[in-house]
Design a protein around this ligand. Structure first.
Ligand SMILES: Cc1cc2nc3c(=O)[nH]c(=O)nc-3n(C[C@H](O)[C@H](O)[C@H](O)COP(=O)(O)OP(=O)(O)OC[C@H]3O[C@@H](n4cnc5c(N)ncnc54)[C@H](O)[C@@H]3O)c2cc1C
Ligand code: FES
Length: 347
């Protein structure tokens, strides 16, 4: 293993499929490290193999994994040739498919927490005001730090972006018991903390197409899905869409009026299915939200060509990706942001 990592003389070359971009990977370097050193806007966040942001498809060549990709990627993704660039050390020259990010928009700014509102018993809507305007695409997220933070925390924007950028950034945040930031947010007045925000991050945005859209969210994972839907509605996107939202009980549902208003403005067929896993209630579906996928695909016309967008707890995303691929949806059409936290990094 050590010989494989450190014993190589010539750097391997990586070509990013469909682009002119090529770079060398130095000895004992990962694909991500070398891409960033070459000034390439490779998508990434945690750099330790837990968030999945650097997920890329290996089209040819061979890599060694510093930590097994299977901790973060699903069996279906591994079988389809996906790797994590931050954990991949080339063993040969490589051809990789990945969507680069728009690094030119990235800003780091000081910010104040200006507003909080309870959405449920464990989710708050939180708004920061930044000193420098931030431009983002609907679905992206920001990294938030504060003095003494153990590391930045990622939060997805919940509102549609404003053209030209904006200083007010809103998100939905769920309380995580024992969490360094969320326990503070839910139990203290932290409005005087000098926050720092870096944004935009991520590649969870609506891809241009004419195909139907299936969106699946759990908990605060509704945040980027609403941003994507509000933005698409305001641009007059004409595609059929269904939004599945999973909660344990009725008290976990929120933004119902906003979703109702969205459905009236949507320029195609639109359905919203709240799914409760621990309670039955009239007008609600029961069970795990991902178990509704086959029925939701039927509602969309049984399409084998559709785009899926998933956001929320890692276990929900893994189950969703599995169910979607079992119905024949191509992994390239499945987009997600897993809301990983310090417990995921520790595993
Ligand atoms: C791309 C992305 C987007 C996200 N967007 C959102 C969003 O819009 N809304 C949202 O609510 N969340 C979002 N998250 C999750 C968010 O970034 C935080 O991880 C979450 O809020 C928890 O932060 P925390 O500081 O409260 O908890 P943490 O300090 O991260 O702790 C989380 C849990 O891990 C435990 N823990 C801490 N250290 C260890 C350890 N060493 N070993 C084992 N367990 C440990 C803690 O006790 C706690 O139970 C997103 C995450 C990602 C990656
Ligand atoms: S940057 Fe590679 S998994 Fe997070």
């Amino acid at each position: 293993m050590l010989k494989k990592l450190f014993g190589r003389k010539n750097p391997h070359r990586v070509h990013l499929s469909g682009t002119q971009v090529e770079f060398e990977v130095g000895r004992n370097k990962t694909v991500l490290e070398s891409a960033l050193e070459s000034g390439i806007a490779y998508p990434h966040d945690c750099t330790v193999g837990t968030c999945g942001s650097c997920r890329s498809r290996l089209l040819s060549g061979k890599v060694d994994a510093i930590t097994p990709f299977g901790y973060t990627l699903s069996r279906e993704e591994l079988q389809a040739g996906y790797i994590l660039a931050c954990q991949a050390v080339p063993e040969t020259d490589l051809e990789i498919a990945v969507e680069l990010v728009d690094a030119a928009k990235l800003v780091r700014t000081t910010a104040r927490l200006v507003e909080t509102k309870d959405l449920t018993h464990d989710i708050k809507q939180v708004t920061w005001e930044t000193d420098v305007p931030v431009c983002y695409r609907a679905g992206q997220y920001m990294n938030v730090s504060w003095p003494g933070a153990p590391g930045p925390r990622s939060y997805s924007f919940s509102a549609a972006p404003v053209a030209g950028g904006q200083n007010r950034l809103t998100t939905f945040i769920r309380r995580v018991p024992g969490g360094a930031f969320t326990e503070k947010l839910f139990s203290e007045d932290i409005s005087s903390l000098p926050f720092e925000i870096e944004a935009p991050h991520g590649s969870f945005w609506l891809r241009e197409a004419k195909t139907p859209i299936l969106l699946i969210g759990g908990g605060s994972g509704l945040s980027p899905l609403l941003s994507v839907l509000e933005d698409a509605a305001s641009r007059g996107v004409q595609r059929d869409a269904i939004l599945l939202f999973g909660g344990r009980a009725e008290r976990d549902l929120f933004c119902l009026e906003e979703i109702e208003s969205l459905s009236r403005r949507w320029q195609g067929r639109f359905a919203f299915w709240p799914v409760l896993s621990e309670e039955s209630a009239p007008d609600r579906k029961s069970g795990m939200v991902t178990a509704q996928i086959p029925e939701a695909i039927d509602w969309l016309g049984g399409a084998s060509a559709l785009q899926a967008y998933l956001c929320g707890p890692p276990a929900m995303i893994d189950a969703g990706v599995k169910a979607l691929t079992e119905t024949g949806i191509d992994l390239a059409e499945i987009h997600y942001d897993k809301f990983t936290d310090a417990s995921s990094r520790a595993s």
